[in-house]
Design a protein around this ligand. Structure first.
Ligand SMILES: Cc1ncc(COP(=O)(O)O)c(C=O)c1O
Ligand SMILES: *[C@@H]1O[C@H](CO)[C@@H](O)[C@H](O)[C@H]1NC(C)=O
Length: 489
C-alpha cells in the first residue's frame, strides 16, 4: 500500500477540488454566454455531454504541452524533440522547425534496439525492399510470408513454448485473444492493475470477471476459493474454465510479478495462467527470456505466454505462445489472425534479428552485453534516485521506475523543468493511475551511458528540489501498491 504523506494527500485533494470548482464556474459562465447563440447541432445530440469531457477541457488541456510531444528522430538514448509554441495559452500548439536534443528517459527502448543497429538495420532494409512495407492481406489469405513462419518459430523457441502466433499489434493480442479463450460461463481473475488491453479483452469476452488486489497472491487465493465455491452466477454450475491474468512487469509500477506464488496457487486450484510479458520479455532474465527466467518459474507452468515486440525488440506487434493445440486453435478462431493484416515484414525481420542478437547468433557478444547493461543501468539509477530521497516504486532489476509526484501542479512543473534542461520524461496521471497517485515514469535503456545517467540524475535532483518531490529525504522505504488503477468488475 502506498502511504501518501498526510499533508500531500490533503494538498492534492485540495488542488483537484480547486481545479474542479473553477472548471465548473467557467463552464457555468460559458453556458450563460453561449445560451443566446443559435444551436448549430440541427437536432443531433452533442457528441460530448456535460461532464464527459470536463476532465479533458478543464484539467488535461491546461498541461497538454507535457503530453504527445512530437519527436523527430529514433527513440534512442538521446532524441530530437520538436519545439512547439502556442498563441492561445496552450489550447492549441503549433510545431516549429526548432528542435531540442534531449536525453530520452521515456521510451520502452530497454535493449537499445529502437535505434539503428549494425546487425538488424541492414536486414530490415533488405526485407523492406524484398517484401515491401505491408502484406496488404490477412494471414489466412496472402499475408503469410516465409518470414512470418520463421518469426513464429523463433519466438516460440525464445520464450520456451512449443508454438507461437504473432499479430500486428500488442494491444490487439490481448483484446482479441481473451474473448477467444474464454466466454460466457468462464471466469477471468485479473490483477487490479492489469493493462487496459487486458481489461478490454476481458470485458469483451462475456466471461465473469473478478479482480484481485494488485500482486497479492493471498488475495488471489481467497478470490479463487470463493469463486470455485460459488460457481457460475445464478445457476451455480461449475465454471467452464478459470483463467488468471497477470503481467510480468507492471508498466506503471515497475514491479515484478510474484509469479512463483501465483503459479503454485493456480496449480492448486486448476486455473490457467495467462502472463503478459510486454515489459519483461527481452528486458529481464539472464538471457532475456523474461520473468520466468528471472524468478525461476518453469515455462511449462505458464499456460498462455503473451508479450509484445514494441519494447525490448524495437519493433511492433505481439505474440501468444503456448502448446501446439492452443496455438492451432487460436489460428482457426482468433479474429486478429483471421481478419487483420499480418505484421509488416520489415517489423517481423527486426524481431527475428533482435532475438538473434540477444541469443548471440549474430556471432557477437553484443546481446549479452546489452542484457548486462540494462540490469546494471536500472539498478544504478534506481538506487541513486532512492538515495536522493525520491519516492521510487518498483523492484530491483526492473528498468521501469516511477517517481511519485502526487500533486496535479507538480506534473507539468516536473515535466517542463526537466525539458528545459534537455531531459525528456514521461508523466502519468489519471486515468492511467488513480487520481491521487500521479507520477513520472522513467524507463532506463541499455543504450544509456554512465554519463547520460549522471546527467539525468543531476537534472532530476535539481528539479526534484525545485518542485518539492523528495518525499523521503532519509532512509528510502519500500512500498506496495494496492489501490486500483481501473477496477474490472
Ligand atoms: C502490459 C501491456 N500489455 C500490452 C500492451 C500493448 O502493447 P502494444 O503497445 O505493443 O500494442 C502494453 C503497452 O504498453 C502493455 O504495457
Ligand atoms: C504553456 O506551456 C509552456 C511550456 O510549453 C509553459 O511554460 C506555459 O506556462 C504554459 N502556459 C499556460 C498558460 O499554461
Amino acid at each position: 500500500m502506498i502511504t501518501i504523506p498526510y499533508l500531500t494527500a490533503l494538498t492534492t485533494y485540495f488542488s483537484y477540488g480547486l481545479l474542479f470548482a473553477f472548471g465548473q464556474l467557467r463552464d457555468f459562465f460559458r453556458k450563460f454566454i453561449d445560451w443566446w447563440k443559435a444551436s448549430n447541432l440541427q437536432g443531433y445530440a452533442p457528441i460530448c455531454l456535460g461532464l464527459e469531457d470536463f476532465y479533458i477541457r478543464r484539467l488535461y488541456l491546461r498541461i497538454q504541452d507535457c503530453f504527445g510531444r512530437p519527436i523527430a528522430s529514433p527513440p534512442d538514448a538521446w532524441f530530437d524533440v520538436v519545439e512547439r509554441v502556442s498563441n492561445d495559452n496552450n489550447k492549441t500548439l503549433q510545431r516549429t522547425t526548432k528542435i531540442s536534443r534531449c536525453l530520452n528517459l521515456g521510451s520502452y527502448n530497454y535493449l537499445g534496439f529502437a535505434a539503428a543497429d549494425e546487425y538488424c538495420t541492414p536486414r530490415v532494409t533488405e526485407t523492406l525492399q524484398r517484401y515491401s512495407a505491408s502484406t496488404c492481406s490477412t494471414r489466412m489469405e496472402g499475408g503469410t510470408t516465409a518470414l512470418h513462419v520463421e518469426l513464429e518459430q523463433v519466438v516460440a523457441d525464445f520464450v520456451g513454448k512449443p508454438a507461437a502466433m504473432v499479430t500486428g499489434m500488442g494491444y490487439v493480442t490481448n483484446s482479441a485473444i481473451l474473448p477467444v479463450l474464454v466466454k460466457h460461463g468462464g471466469l477471468i481473475i485479473s490483477d487490479s492493475l492489469n493493462h487496459n488491453s487486458i481489461v478490454n479483452g476481458a470485458r469483451g469476452s462475456g466471461a465473469t470477471i473478478r479482480v484481485f488486489q494488485h500482486n497479492t497472491p493471498s488475495h488471489l487465493e481467497r478470490v479463487l476459493r470463493e469463486q470455485i465455491a460459488e460457481g457460475q452466477p445464478r445457476t451455480h454450475r461449475p465454471w467452464k474454465k478459470i483463467i488468471v491474468v497477470v503481467e510480468g512487469i507492471y508498466s506503471m509500477e515497475g514491479e515484478l510479478c510474484k509469479l512463483p506464488e501465483i503459479v503454485s496457487i493456480c496449480k492448486k486450484y486448476k486455473a490457467y495462467v495467462y502472463l503478459d510479458e510486454a515489459h519483461s520479455i527481452g528486458a529481464v532474465g539472464k538471457t532475456g527470456r523474461g520473468v520466468c527466467e528471472l524468478l525461476g518459474v518453469d515455462t511449462a507452468d505458464v499456460d498462455i505466454m503473451m508479450g509484445t515486440f514494441t519494447k525490448s525488440f524495437g519493433s511492433c506487434g505481439g505474440y501468444i505462445a503456448g502448446s501446439k493445440e492452443l496455438i492451432q486453435y487460436l489460428k482457426y478462431t482468433c479474429p486478429a489472425h483471421l481478419y487483420a493484416t499480418s505484421i509488416s515484414p520489415p517489423a517481423a525481420q527486426q524481431i527475428i534479428s533482435a532475438i538473434k542478437v540477444i541469443l548471440g547468433e549474430d556471432g557477437s557478444s553484443r546481446g549479452a552485453q546489452k542484457l548486462a547493461q540494462i540490469r546494471e543501468n536500472s539498478n544504478y539509477f534506481r538506487s541513486e534516485l532512492q538515495k536522493m530521497g525520491f519516492e521510487v516504486l518498483g523492484d530491483n532489476d526492473s528498468p521501469v521506475m516511477p517517481i511519485m509526484l502526487y500533486n496535479p501542479a507538480k506534473i507539468p512543473a516536473f515535466s517542463r523543468e526537466c525539458l528545459k534542461q534537455n531531459v525528456a520524461v514521461v508523466t502519468v496521471a489519471f486515468p492511467a493511475t488513480p487520481l491521487l497517485l500521479a507520477r513520472a515514469r522513467i524507463c532506463i535503456s541499455a543504450a544509456h551511458s554512465r554519463e547520460d545517467m549522471v546527467k539525468a540524475l543531476e537534472v532530476i535532483s535539481r528539479v526534484g528540489d525545485l518542485v518539492g518531490i523528495k518525499y523521503f529525504p532519509a532512509e528510502p522505504k519500500k512500498h506496495e501498491l494496492v489501490e486500483g488503477r481501473e477496477k474490472v468488475e
